[in-house]
Design a binder for this molecule. Structure first.
Ligand SMILES: Cc1cc2nc3c(=O)[nH]c(=O)nc-3n(C[C@H](O)[C@H](O)[C@H](O)COP(=O)(O)OP(=O)(O)OC[C@H]3O[C@@H](n4cnc5c(N)ncnc54)[C@H](O)[C@@H]3O)c2cc1C
Length: 131
């Protein structure tokens, strides 16, 4: 039987592809069909193609919603990292700062991740203050 709903998604960046996968996973292929329209000539030119693919919420608005969105995404990445075919994996990452931001300026998401730590001073590169 043909699906009841036909969804057309324009663009082929991460927002488009994630929306398509999410709809199929939550509603199901029996209920809807998803068609993604993107320009093949532009496929490698999307912002998504050039991004580093790291989870680290910053410069995102509106701030009152971002934390919850970031938590949901993180929880999903935790699940996906258990399935190698998703390509999601956890790696150790460092961020070093030249000035000490103060406790209040540390990112609020530090409470939401599994293993956030302040790097001990012996491991901070020269001229950097904190990691
Ligand atoms: C250098 C760099 C590093 C980054 N690193 C990270 C990171 O580590 N982690 C992270 O979470 N984010 C990162 N980002 C941000 C992230 O890449 C973007 O937020 C994300 O890719 C946006 O995805 P999108 O699908 O919304 O847009 P895009 O990837 O830009 O896709 C938009 C799509 O819409 C199509 N389109 C646009 N206009 C039209 C139109 N008028 N008609 C038809 N189609 C149209 C385009 O062709 C394209 O297919 C980084 C960004 C940059 C630039």
């Amino acid at each position: 039987m043909a699906p009841k709903l036909r969804v057309v998604i324009v663009g082929c960046g991460i927002s488009a592809l994630t929306t398509g996968v999410y709809l199929l996973e939550t509603v199901g292929a029996e209920e809807l069909s998803v068609r993604v329209y993107g320009d093949p000539a532009q496929a490698l030119e999307t912002t998504s193609c050039g991004c580093a693919g790291l989870w680290m919420p910053f410069h995102i608005e509106p701030k009152d919603k971002v934390r919850e969105w970031a938590r949901l995404t993180y929880a999903r990445f935790c699940q996906d990292s258990k399935r190698p075919e998703t390509g999601v994996r956890f790696v150790q990452a460092f961020k070093f700062m030249e000035t000490y931001p103060g406790e209040a300026d540390l990112p609020d998401w530090r409470e939401d991740v599994l293993d956030f730590r302040i790097v001990s001073s012996g491991r901070v590169p020269k001229r950097m203050h904190l990691g």
